[in-house]
Design a protein around this ligand. Structure first.
Ligand SMILES: NC(=O)c1ccc[n+]([C@@H]2O[C@H](COP(=O)([O-])OP(=O)(O)OC[C@H]3O[C@@H](n4cnc5c(N)ncnc54)[C@H](O)[C@@H]3O)[C@@H](O)[C@H]2O)c1
Length: 398
């Protein structure tokens, strides 16, 4: 069995969780070093994995500089998206295989840079689109490729974020709620959906149009800046501070936890729609909403021979055949762990990939990572500039 010593860059909740999944029940995999500029995050990770302090670095450059004496043979990048391109390129230049969390980069240009460098160097990169490893979406994809509904003409797809996730995850948490940190909400949250839609259509996206804005979660004079009993909305507000500090509120500081959602510094849109046309003529419409209960992804895919609908919140996929009128319902197993069972499986896939990159290529490498960034960023260009964005020019020379 090959031994794998992993370096982790970015010790937030995602990095810690990914490493837990990678080392779980595997004696040949261990965390060898970490890097994070935040001392609290470094210390939390150091304690979680019992690391000596000399392998805990402030700068990822120091982790890379020490990679040979520490025997590091792979790096997991789970830092904020604004840093992904710089860190991924440095790892690729150093010749180290990389697991790069989604979104692959914050801009189309950065994503192009990663694709070019990975191609030139041959260094393997897996992009963290875990949902392609979720049994739910594998079932959907299998139904599509087996031809059950024939040629797809159009797709309706929605991602719905629940009130707590929106309030604590995107209004109060600066690393997710500010355009300067994440690029855009659609890029940060829904690059998964861009990837899934691209996977289902298996045709390059040709052009994009999008509308979206922040119209509701804006400062208002009838509520105070911090949640308190004096707030006239307090008892009916579904976004009020969660004093438990658990769940979505766990990564927040006590000050952030109390911020009113209407007065938070978050500047990402609070609703967005986009339409995508693919080279083969398929059309996809996508809605991103923060006001839904339950939190879920749901969709209907219209093929010439039938439809497939699905809802992640009920683990329900329904195939309806046009000719016979039959309905078959699927409830995929193995969806209990993180992200519908995706996290443990993508971790396994990365270890398999390190064992043998040729025999076990990842489902999502830099090219898939690039396409999702391209679709999401193009939607945001369209939204901001009020125009249809053609995508082909961005693929030149790749
Ligand atoms: N695939 C999934 O389902 C999934 C789920 C959650 C998060 N993510 C992704 O994982 C990434 C991290 O998410 P998170 O929730 O842990 O974010 P976070 O903001 O809580 O943590 C990120 C950490 O990276 C550190 N960091 C920033 N710059 C750095 C640098 N130059 N070098 C080293 N570390 C640096 C920060 O200090 C912070 O501790 C994001 O890209 C996010 O989109 C993916």
């Amino acid at each position: 069995m090959r031994q794998h010593k992993i370096g982790l860059v970015g010790c937030g909740p995602r990095g810690i969780h990914l490493i837990r999944e990678m080392v779980r029940n595997r004696e040949n995999v261990r965390l060898a070093a970490i890097a994070d500029p935040r001392a609290d995050r470094r210390e939390n990770c150091r304690q979680t994995y019992g690391l000596p302090s000399e392998v805990c670095f402030h700068d990822y450059e120091d982790l890379l500089a020490n990679r040979k004496n520490l025997g590091i043979n792979a790096v997991v990048i789970a830092s904020n998206v604004a840093t992904h391109a710089e860190i991924a390129c440095a790892c690729i230049e150093a010749g180290i295989p990389v697991f790069l969390e989604k979104p692959m980069a914050m801009t189309i240009e950065q994503a192009r840079e990663i694709v070019k460098l990975a191609k030139r160097s041959g260094v393997p990169v897996q992009v963290g689109f875990n949902l392609r490893y979720a049994p739910f979406f594998i079932t959907l994809h299998d139904l599509i490729v087996s031809g059950e509904i024939g040629t797809i003409l159009s797709i309706e797809w929605a991602e719905v974020i629940g009130p707590r996730h929106w309030a604590d995850g995107y209004c109060r948490r600066p690393s997710y709620g500010l355009s300067s940190s994440v690029g855009s909400w659609l890029l940060e949250k829904s690059c998964h959906d861009m990837d899934l839609i691209a996977w289902i259509t298996s045709s390059p996206c040709k052009r994009v149009a999008s509308f979206g804005s922040r119209t509701y979660f804006v400062p208002r004079s009838d509520v105070p800046e911090k949640c308190s009993w004096e707030c006239p909305r307090y008892f009916r507000c579904v976004w009020k501070a969660d004093p438990s500090g658990k769940g979505m509120a766990a990564p927040l500081t006590p000050e952030e936890r109390e911020l009113c959602v209407f007065h938070s510094p978050s500047d990402i849109v609070d609703h967005q729609n986009a339409i995508f046309e693919f080279e083969d003529g398929t059309l996809a419409s996508f809605n991103l909403n923060p006001l839904g209960i339950p939190e879920r992804r749901y969709f209907t895919i219209y093929g010439v021979d039938g439809t497939i609908s699905g809802d992640t919140s009920t683990n329900w996929i329904c195939l309806r055949k046009a000719d016979s009128g039959t309905e078959i319902v699927y409830r995929p197993g193995g969806v209990e762990d993180g992200h519908l069972g995706a996290d443990s499986r993508i971790a396994q896939a990365f270890i398999d990939f390190l064992d043998d990159p040729v025999m076990n290529p990842p489902k999502t490498g830099v090219r898939e990572g690039f396409e999702a960034v391209l679709m999401a960023c193009a939607a945001d260009i369209s939204r901001r500039e009020n125009r249809v964005v053609e995508l082909e020019e961005y693929r030149k020379d790749l």
